[in-house]
Design a protein around this ligand. Sequence first.
Ligand SMILES: O=C(O)C1=C[C@@H](OP(=O)(O)O)[C@@H](O)[C@H](O)C1
Ligand SMILES: C=C(OP(=O)(O)O)C(=O)O
Length: 686
Amino acid sequence: MFTTEFLDLPPLDSAQGSVTLPGSKSISNRVLLLAALSHGTTTIHDLLDSDDTQVMLAALKQLGCHITPETVLPGQPIAVTGIGGQLPADTAATLFLGNAGTAMRPLTAALAVLGGHFEMTGVPRMYERPIGDLVDALRQLGCRIDYLRDPGFPPLKIGQPDFSRWSDAPIQVRGDVSSQFLTSLLMALPLQATDKAITIEVVGELISKPYIHITLELLARFGIAVENDSWQRFVIPAGSRYRSPGDIHVEADASSASYFIALGAIATGTTDDADADNATERKSIRILGVGQDSIQGDIRFIEAARAMGAQVESGPNWLEVSRGNWPLKAIDLDCNHIPDAAMTLGVMALYADGTTSLRNIASWRVKETDRIAAMAIELRKLGATVEEGADYIRITPPAKASDWRAASIHTYDDHRVAMCFSLAAFNPAKLPVRIQDPKCVGKTFPDYFEALFSVCQTETQHIPVICIDGPTASGKGTIAAEVAKALGYQLLDSGALYRITGLAASRAGLALDDSNEETIAEMALDLPVRFDAQQRVWLGEEDISAAIRSEEAGMNASRVSALPAVRTALVDLQLSFQTLPGLVADGRDMGTVIFPHAPLKVYLWASAQCRAERRHKQLISKGISANIATLLADLEARDARDMNRATAPLKPAEDSLQLDSSEMTIEDVVAQVLSWWQERQPFGRA
Ligand SMILES: O=C(O)C1=C[C@@H](OP(=O)(O)O)[C@@H](O)[C@H](O)C1
Ligand SMILES: C=C(OP(=O)(O)O)C(=O)O
């Protein structure tokens, strides 16, 4: 997950490949709660691991559910042993439910019926998201719920219910603000339907209906067969009892699929070399984990995408999308059935041939943010003309490429704003797009941007590179790592590459001489090397930071560096680090030789005396004894060698900015480099 202050997306050209999407939030949190209420253990496969499911898991643990493993591990199922429909008397807890509607609302209903002493809390935005209709419905049964702040909104205090005054009359609930209130009653009231049926009646229009379908499907899997009378009356039969299905699989999230469906519709595919002559032979985006037979209503996003021009094929657990009509066709759509995925249509509208209207979306105003207002403001920043009303939004794209603007998108702590606006990076003006606070995608899709970059391509010249060159001990490694961390960019410590190649070749049992020159060169090209923000070096899954710093590694590095084919291969390896979303490269010849077109080149130096002192401090802190005078002499000798060598000598690139860090702290140097970088961006300050 990108945890940077902002993430700059370079202009993107094409997309091709397959993505496996994380589990559905709506299914994950329902399954977790139903498993928790059941007798026995439920083994859940492919559970979503995100902010919304983490708050649900934490709450269930607080309530005494046994959950193994304690956290969701990739590829491993999670086993939940339920409370069997009962909590120990007087259970008390304060539950923090973040901004997860699918945790706050259903847990409120379940705990209000089970009884105990609970406080239901969340983030400030949760305290602006309505829950009054659900509380009113639960109070009809005799549940005790008090508002701790504003009436109608969390935080809530839940007490011991008194069901004696309830006359078995149908429970009435309004359905026009959020379907989650009805979902919550449907999941909680089987607790009270052990010896009599319970009827729930929806008052007024029911919005977001397909989410009720998910609820009913999952209740059926847990042994509760609810009778659905035209989406207006729901009867939970007498004798209802949650029965764990044993194992259950979570489908991938259909709302998350919308970003990749849109991607397939917007981006041109790339062509294989084999059919480069046949430009119509386009590759597409393959989405794995959810298909046409999904129980999630958001799968009907496909219909809207097709209406705009996407070509979508689908099977039982996959979708394949490619560009069809271009430009996309503007649409006019009632989006009540796909409230979440419809936001993606708002950004697709930027690529349409006219004005797109998305209607019947009043619920957008009470979600993670006021989504109608947010979409309007941010779409306008990109150059669109937007009209908004109480329950609709109308979007007219920029008239021509030159009307697009480079925008810094405010994301309002709303995962969907961040995800859908990433698609603006395909703009015809080839402008970058800045996404502020990219970590907000953690609510439902923590690795969204990684997944996006894994299938997007752009011309290399559009992928920014920041070069930080300088003499030994100038601090360039530390600065490069910090700058890369702040921007979410890849990191290349070019100086380590010979050591890594030497290590890999000697481990492969190769003699490090010209008899193996070609083999070592080929090997160098494919080295799975990664540098992380802690300045650790990885070869595949192995941390080789210490291994490449040994004396022997130094000798091996100097042997392989004498082989011309290896030197050439390492140039290609260095170039291969220029991947999305950008690169910070440190070394001696990054700006002069390897990335001569880099948009920012910094030549970082400090006086030899100062560098010797820094190195001295570093060695002493590691318990290695050292002498400043010797270090100084070594440094000066090394400088002379680096600056006078025949190939790629150390010297500032002509267009570099020089920075003398002798009197500066690390923070000051990082801030200076970032400030130079910001000055070169078209967005102004984040
Ligand atoms: O029940 C659910 O899982 C959801 C219902 C929808 O909310 P509303 O019913 O409030 O529209 C949707 O927006 C939300 O992301 C998930
Ligand atoms: C509205 C959403 O979330 P919640 O489940 O918190 O309502 C959403 O994910 O778009």
